[in-house]
Write a protein of this length. Structure first.
Length: 388
């Protein structure tokens, strides 16, 4: 007898990259030189001093046993110090910070701590698919908040009806935003905190791309907002900042009860982050930050290069100093999927159709700037030579 997947698995939307992967492999097998700008995974290596810290820590047998599930005190202290220097936010390391096996892990598990069946989770779209699957796994119902260009890709908080707000347990935001690259303002975060207090909603802020910029001034953290510590938790990651996607380390920081709930779930599911990786993470956060600045410049150059090609091809792009994504309008007469498929078939360029991130992504494609400049130039030239 075949084993049947659970209702919750069956309720998941189809995997975003699956169909695209299939066509990509088919195009590749025809011998086409494919330039993959699909998945958001940095192409450059982790900075050497972080790798050295890992090698040293891995050789120390003190790090070979189960870690503390909520994270080494030292790691959490370093995170608290980072918030103080970067955002002037004071955190109690032991109660207001929790280490994560990559922020995706925390994002997926957090709803298990606070959502009951029938509760609502407000999810931005287009957006990172994990907000929705986490809500689903917790038995909650996700309600989409459309992110529209005319609103700077911020959710229109006034458009959420009272019934939904009454039932809402969690509201997710993600700035700088994947897939659009849009930032949030301090005013937006202040409005969000006011809303959260009025309706007793938890604000979950995913700040994975906060350091992914060439600007000197940090993108605001929601925890800077007066009152945020009562209602908010911020998810952070070393993945994009230090090219450490494979290492699996991040953190959650914010309200004590929210951190405690997440920690309780985690203590029943995982056993924390390998201590050597936490020590390497500390080396990343405390060591020289010149790699972060040069990453910002690198993505700036790449963005300019590809933007030029797309504009020559007649496409309109959303300009931003943040993230390593380029969010572009598809030409008149195309759907996102048609255009992504044309790019792949006729230019050998992989981009992600915007509707894969949610219905409001229709009409856009996302390019991840994760190839070296000459390859991006080649992609831009090929796209520019297409006729629409
Ligand atoms: C990449 C990404 C993450 C998390 O990555 P981890 O490697 O799990 O820390 C979280 N949110 C968004 C929007 C991302 O794009």
């Amino acid at each position: 007898m075949p084993h049947e997947f659970s209702q919750r698995l069956k309720a998941l939307p189809p995997y975003l990259f699956k169909e695209l992967d299939r066509i990509r492999d088919e195009v590749k097998s025809r011998g086409v030189d494919v330039i993959d700008l699909g998945v958001g995974d940095p192409d450059r290596p982790t900075p050497a001093h972080i790798i050295e810290a890992l090698a040293k820590a891995a050789a120390d047998k003190a790090n070979h046993q189960y870690p503390v599930y909520s994270g080494m005190n030292e790691f959490r202290k370093v995170v608290a110090k980072w918030y103080l220097s970067r955002h002037k936010v004071q955190l109690e390391p032991e109660t207001q910070v929790c280490s994560l096996i990559g922020s995706k892990e925390g994002i997926a598990q957090f709803p298990l701590a606070f959502v009951n069946p029938g509760d609502t989770v407000l999810v931005p779209e287009p957006g990172y698919p994990v907000y929705r699957s986490g809500a689903l796994f917790s038995g909650g119902q996700s309600v989409f908040m459309p992110l529209l260009e005319k609103n700077g890709f911020l959710p229109d908080l006034k458009a959420i009806d009272e019934e939904t707000l009454k039932k809402a347990k969690i509201l997710w935001v993600n700035y700088p935003n994947n897939p659009t690259g849009a930032p949030a303002s301090q005013q937006f975060y202040a409005d969000l905190v006011t809303l959260a207090k009025k309706w007793n909603i938890i604000i979950c802020s995913d700040a994975a791309y906060s350091e992914c910029t060439y600007l000197d001034k940090p993108h605001p953290s929601i925890l800077e907002t007066p009152g945020a510590m009562e209602v908010a938790v911020e998810f952070h990651s070393l993945s994009k900042t230090y090219n450490m996607t494979g290492w699996r380390i991040g953190w959650a920081a914010g309200n004590e009860t929210l951190i405690k709930g997440l920690g309780l779930v985690k203590s029943n599911v995982d056993s924390g982050v390998f201590q050597a990786v936490q020590l390497a993470g500390m080396a990343a956060l405390e060591g020289p930050q010149d790699s972060v600045a040069s990453m910002g410049q690198l993505y700036r150059e790449r963005r300019e290069l590809l933007t030029k090609g797309l504009i020559t091809a007649g496409l309109k792009v959303f300009e931003t100093p943040y993230t390593f994504y380029l969010w572009a309008h598809v030409p008149e007469g195309f759907s996102s999927a048609d255009f992504a498929s044309k790019l792949l078939n006729q230019a050998g360029v992989v981009a992600t159709p915007g509707n894969g991130f949610g219905p409001s992504g229709e009409g856009y494609v996302r390019f991840a700037l994760v190839q070296e400049a000459p390859r991006l130039k080649e992609a831009a030239d090929r796209i520019a030579s297409l006729k629409f």
